[in-house]
Unconditional design. Structure first.
Length: 339
């Protein structure tokens, strides 16, 4: 049997042979020699030029240390400086690719005051702090800003309430049996008087709990704004989750402030309140623990329709959810004529 060569295979072999011949040719060898000397010349030129002096700007962060305990620094103080360095190109390349610069540490307690609430960081102090991280051959041509003014305030204090930020997902049929307990419920905040004036309460960082069906405790971190210190910085959150059931109670709809020359008739006078209550507290809930009291002025506002929506105005904190049946009642306001 005679095997005939594939046309495509023959064409590929011919092309490969032609490429091999080209790379073995004298022209290609001459090109390699030319490229080698070109790269060698560029290397010598680069080394020669890197021996000359150049300038390069770098930025370094500022870090303030030894701040007196009764001071707080303003949030607008500079957090970095720009330095113009001069040295040989090789050194500047080292700074660019290999050097690992640290923040410039400033000891606040050693600074002199410029006025009542400001401190001066002189250029010489910045230059000395930067020079510690440079090679001896490197000179500092400029530092911007030339003089740093550090603004501070004396610490003020204020006690504020702590608010728990918890996203709680319970198992079906379970609910939080009371509000989340926070211990301590108040903390002391320290900061500038202006900053503390705007803070009414402090939240914890947000925590999310899934499929909860029992008691849980969290040691929570406070979400403290920048420039403010808190004591303590952590609080304990306690929450009790229990199985829930419904309890139905009959309550009268009351209006505590009916004027003497008016009569108010409500239909129906008594409504049913459905309460979600934990099984452990089912027998502790009575009608006297809840109330539906609507001010007379709200009845007057709805006089045109003769209907008013009801709401529970008093209930224990451990009654998490209530529903009124019916949700609204009809009423009539009558004026009493006196002889």
């Amino acid at each position: 049997m005679v095997v005939r060569p594939n046309k495509h295979q023959s064409a590929f072999e011919s092309m490969r042979h032609a490429v091999g011949v080209f790379f073995r040719s004298q022209q290609w060898n001459q090109f390699f020699i030319f490229l080698f000397f070109l790269l060698l010349s560029f290397g010598f030129w680069l080394l020669q030029n890197l021996q000359d002096d150049f300038e390069r700007s770098i930025e370094l962060p500022l870090r303030y240390k030894n701040v007196p305990s009764d001071w707080i620094l303003s949030g607008d103080n500079p957090d970095k400086i720009s330095i113009l360095l001069k040295d040989k190109g090789t050194t500047l390349m080292y700074y660019r690719w290999r050097a690992n610069f640290s923040p410039v540490d400033i000891s606040v307690s050693s600074l002199s005051r410029s006025d009542k609430n400001a401190l001066i960081i002189p250029n010489k102090m910045l230059e000395a702090a930067v020079a510690k991280q440079l090679l001896i051959s490197t000179s500092i041509n400029a530092i911007e800003p030339r003089e740093v003014i550090l603004v501070y305030d004396s610490l003020s204090s204020r006690q504020v309430r702590v608010v728990a930020d918890v996203v709680l997902h319970t198992k079906p049929g379970f609910q939080l049996s009371d509000s989340i307990s926070v211990s301590p419920s108040f903390v002391s905040l320290y900061g500038s008087h202006k900053a503390l004036e705007q803070i009414e309460h402090i939240k914890t960082k947000q925590y999310t709990l899934q499929n909860v069906s029992d008691k849980r405790e969290i040691h929570a971190t406070l979400d403290v704004p920048a420039g403010i210190k808190a004591n303590p910085e952590n609080v304990k959150l306690s929450m009790i989750v229990e199985e829930y059931t419904e309890k139905r109670l009959k309550l009268p709809v009351l209006c505590p402030d009916i004027p003497s020359d008016f009569a108010l008739r409500i239909f129906p006078q008594n409504v049913e309140v459905v309460c979600n209550v934990s099984i452990s507290r089912f027998k502790l809930l009575y009608e006297d623990d809840l109330a539906i009291k609507i001010p007379f002025e709200e009845f007057e506002e709805k006089q045109a329709t003769g209907k008013i929506l009801l709401r529970v105005t008093r209930k224990p904190s451990w009654v998490v959810k209530t529903e009124i049946v019916p949700k609204e009642v009809e009423f009539i306001i009558e004026q009493i004529k006196h002889d």
